[in-house]
Every structure is written in structure tokens, then in C-alpha cells.
Design a protein around this ligand. Structure first.
Ligand SMILES: Nc1ncnc2c1ncn2[C@@H]1O[C@H](COP(=O)(O)OP(=O)(O)OP(=O)(O)O)[C@@H](O)[C@H]1O
Ligand SMILES: [Mg+2]
Length: 285
């Protein structure tokens, strides 16, 4: 928390009134390490603090290998923590395979850079979406199925801008942008409170990147979910994130309202990152 700048809540308030709500995700002193054969443990995340509130996008930027994905996987309970804690809706996030999530973690969803990591290439889109809907229905304690499920799938595909007719296809028969939109639809069907998106647009071409980034911003605003977006692309984070954390070698060197981080960076590493970006677009709040 020490790196949080003064005025953070005022700035995030102005970016959509998110300053007052209690956090959906609370990360405290999180440490992620890996065992390296014959060399002990490598610490990829060195104790970071982070909060995500409803209606808020938190962007995480930093160079390759600085620990962004390690943190993202810990956030959703794929990576085990070696220290600290991660709480989702007040409950500790327990590391379990993503396909065997306990009911309380169903509303905590992840979207990966490569949609094939979110989608099974051997199953039709519709089957995959039905499975998620079923899991969310079970988490709600609702037997469900049939018409309600079909309608929910039509609605979510429309929401993410994919023709609902494409539901009968296999993932390979879609464009990269469509696949990523379907990965987002899949996360949405779980009725998420928080989505962690690790490089969700990096694999897309420039025009798709812009449209999918706009879609993510709109979903957060409309559904008042929380979102963590990891991106190499500083311009994207500057455009859509309310707050930005700058990560280097497993640590957040600074974190604060996006506009402040971009216009008045406190850390030399942030200035260095910004110096590498030709022109940053201001966020349309
Ligand atoms: N399973 C693993 N076992 C050992 N080391 C790992 C493992 N996964 C990641 N690492 C190491 O941890 C560090 C952080 O990796 P991580 O994938 O979190 O980086 P990143 O910031 O997401 O990078 P990129 O931007 O390239 O995706 C790297 O040095 C990486 O080699
Ligand atoms: Mg990564």
C-alpha cells in the first residue's frame, strides 16, 4: 500500500465513482516463487499489494519476465502463494485447478492471451459456453438448463459482439478477434465479479485490439465488475485502466491513478517505460 499515491480515491471517484466501494479483491504482500531444479526457489513476485473495486480496471504493466502472469495466476488461484494473502470477496483464494473451482471462486474468472488457453479447440463453442453456464447455475443453487441457458448464451454473444449463429462452430473456424470475444463471453457467463485478463488483446491486430479494449471497458462500466488487465502495451492501459501498477522484477515500483502515473510518474522506471512509447492517448473517462 505504501506505493499508493495520495489522491488515488479522488481520481478513481472521478473515473466512475469507484473510490468508495469495498474491494472485491485484496492482495497483501503476495509472494509467488517457483522451485528450480538444483537451484532452490526463484521468487517471481516479491510481495505486492493490490485492491480491485467494482467498476474499476487496474492495469499492470512491466517488461517481459517481471512477474505479471505469475501474479495473475495467483490472483485466480492457479499459482500457489509462497507468502502473503489474496482475498476474493473476503475469502482466501485457494489454489485449485481452474476446472475444479469451488463455488465461491466461480465469479473470479481469467481470460488468457491465447484464446486457446481459455477455449478447448476440440469442442464446439456452444458446448463450452453451456458448461460454464451450468457451473454458474450450480453455484447459484439453480438446476436450470434448456431455454434459459440458450437465451443466456445468445445474450452474452450479442453483448461481446459475436453473431450468436457462430455458436455451433469450433474455435479454429473463427477469427482471432472472435475467439477472444468468445473467451470473454465464457468468463461473463460465469457471472463474474472480477475478471483477470492477462494480455487479452496482444494477439489481435490493431483494429481488433482497439475494439476489444473498448468492449472490456464497457463491460466493466455496465456490469460494475472489477478487472485486472495485464498488457505490454502502455497505450492500451493508459486508455482503459482507472489505476495502473508498474511492475519491475517482481515488485510494484509504483501504483496510482492512471492519469497521475502517466503524467507525473514518481519512479524512474516508469519514466523509462513511458519514454519508450511514442504518444499516449488520454483516457476518455
Ligand atoms: N513455472 C515456472 N517455473 C519456473 N520459473 C517460472 C515459471 N513461470 C514463470 N517463471 C519465471 O518467473 C518470472 C516471471 O514470469 P512471468 O511469466 O510471471 O512474467 P511476465 O511478466 O508475465 O512476462 P511476459 O510479459 O513475457 O509474459 C520469469 O523469470 C519466468 O522465467
Ligand atoms: Mg506473461
Amino acid at each position: 500500500m505504501s506505493s499508493r499515491v495520495e489522491g488515488a480515491s479522488a481520481a478513481s471517484m472521478s473515473a466512475g465513482g469507484v473510490g468508495q466501494a469495498s474491494p472485491l479483491v485484496e492482495v497483501s504482500e503476495a509472494v509467488v516463487s517457483y522451485r528450480i531444479k538444483g537451484k532452490g526457489r526463484f521468487i517471481a513476485v516479491h510481495g505486492v499489494d493490490l485492491e480491485v473495486r467494482p467498476g474499476e480496471i487496474v492495469g499492470i504493466v512491466g517488461e517481459s519476465g517481471c512477474g505479471k502472469s505469475s501474479l495473475a495466476r495467483a490472483l485466480v488461484g492457479i499459482n500457489k502463494l509462497s507468502g502473503g494473502s489474496i482475498k476474493f470477496l473476503g475469502e482466501e483464494v485457494t489454489p485449485l485447478p481452474i476446472r475444479r473451482r469451488p463455488a465461491h471462486l466461480v465469479p473470479l474468472q481469467m481470460v488468457f492471451q491465447d484464446p486457446y488457453a481459455s477455449l478447448n479447440p476440440r469442442r464446439r463453442i456452444e458446448r463450452q459456453l453451456e458448461e460454464v453456464w451450468n457451473a454458474a447455475a450450480r453455484a447459484r443453487g439453480d438446476a436450470g438448463g434448456g431455454d434459459a441457458r440458450r437465451t443466456a448464451i445468445t445474450d452474452v454473444l450479442e453483448r461481446v459482439g459475436v453473431d450468436p449463429e457462430l455458436r455451433s462452430r469450433y474455435p479454429h473456424a473463427l477469427s482471432g478477434g472472435q475467439r477472444q470475444r468468445i473467451a470473454i463471453a465464457k468468463a461473463l457467463l460465469a457471472e463474474p465479479r472480477v475478471i483477470v485478463a492477462d494480455e487479452p488483446i496482444s494477439a489481435l491486430d490493431a483494429s481488433s485490439q482497439k475494439r476489444v479494449a473498448e468492449l472490456l471497458r464497457r463491460l466493466v462500466d455496465e456490469l460494475q465488475i472489477g478487472m485486472v488487465i495485464i498488457s505490454h502495451d502502455l497505450a492500451v492501459v493508459a486508455t482503459i485502466a482507472d489505476r495502473t501498477a508498474v511492475m519491475r522484477a517482481g515488485l510494484f515500483v509504483e501504483q496510482g491513478p492512471t492519469e497521475r502515473v502517466w503524467t507525473a510518474p514518481e519512479h524512474s522506471y516508469t519514466r523509462q517505460l513511458l519514454g519508450a512509447v511514442p504518444a499516449l492517448v488520454g483516457r476518455d473517462a
